[in-house]
Write a new protein. Structure first.
Length: 100
């Protein structure tokens, strides 16, 4: 998941946003590695309703790490709404649940 995050942050449309904030991808990733909890992904069969097989590692880590929620903009994941008691929501909905 950390490799995936680094790839995403390195996309041409996101790197300038980090620079505006005085950050680099390397700095963000360094901090993320410190803040992250490494989990053992659950051994899951591919759910029939999963539209994008590239999202299976996200589900495996969420279930294996006993996550309460997956916060994402990925439309394929969002269509699931919930997976094995893990709620899947947008950042807007997540922030609203926190009253922000």
């Amino acid at each position: 998941m950390l490799v995936e995050l680094e790839k995403a942050l390195s996309r041409p449309h996101l790197e300038p946003r980090l620079r505006i904030r005085g950050r680099t991808v390397a700095e963000v990733m360094s901090k993320q590695r410190v803040l992250s909890t490494i989990v053992t992904p659950a051994d899951l069969a591919t759910p029939v309703e999963l539209r994008d097989l590239n999202d299976l590692p996200v589900l495996r880590c969420a279930v294996g790490g006993q996550a309460q929620a997956i916060v994402t903009g990925d439309k394929d994941l969002l269509t699931l709404k919930e997976f094995q008691s893990v709620v899947i929501m947008t950042s807007r909905i997540f922030l609203a649940t926190l009253g922000l």
